[in-house]
Design a protein around this ligand. Sequence first.
Ligand SMILES: Cc1cc2nc3c(=O)[nH]c(=O)nc-3n(C[C@H](O)[C@H](O)[C@H](O)COP(=O)(O)O)c2cc1C
Length: 220
Amino acid sequence: MDFYQVLEGRSSIRAFLPRPVDEGLLEKILLAAGYSPSYMNTQPWEVFVVMGKKKEELCAGLSLAAQEDEPKRPDFPLPTAWPEALEKRLSAHRRNRFAALRVDTSDQKKLRAGYLRNFQLYGAPCGVFVGLDQTLTSWSMFDSGLFVHGFLMALHAEGLGGCPQAMLTIYPDIIRKHLRITDNIKMAMGISVGYPDYDSPLNSYRSQRKDINEFVRWFD
Ligand SMILES: Cc1cc2nc3c(=O)[nH]c(=O)nc-3n(C[C@H](O)[C@H](O)[C@H](O)COP(=O)(O)O)c2cc1C
């Protein structure tokens, strides 16, 4: 696949085939993502891969907390407000995505079912969590983002797919407990990983992008 096809062809995958992910292939992809740049080559990312029975147990724990509406307690606070332009894009994204899924945005039951699917890793056979030591700064969060992007690109290049999910970090203590991760590791991102089910309507929607004139200013 041409590099630009990888960049432009990737999308967030929210429905997966019941096909397992080969550990060797995942290792190759993670190694490739590890080539991402980082502040003074600190490579702050700590990666936790979960599959099989452990994944089922973790999903059950996260789902229960979500179903019972336990208060969100992410290590990295979720945004509560956005600047106007971003809020507009967010609303448009929500509107277009639900329209593509033929879900009425006033249908609270369906919206909630969609929300809860986050905690089932959208049915993916594999979950990848990225953590950071608690002493690190936003620069290391930046580095982790680069790592996650490299990871998503490599997944797509290999015919796999993923969905980066902030929602998978809202109960970080449950992840630490299930995966025996020490308290000093803070959860930055959770990613559902597997083979995309492109026949599912959940994967049919393509998010819009800003026009280049909206985000680039040239100086001469
Ligand atoms: C930091 C971050 C957090 C995200 N959190 C979620 C999430 O909790 N659940 C979800 O389904 N998608 C989540 N996404 C996926 C975004 O909705 C998606 O990347 C965006 O709409 C652009 O669409 P695309 O990835 O298909 O290009 C997240 C993406 C990022 C980068």
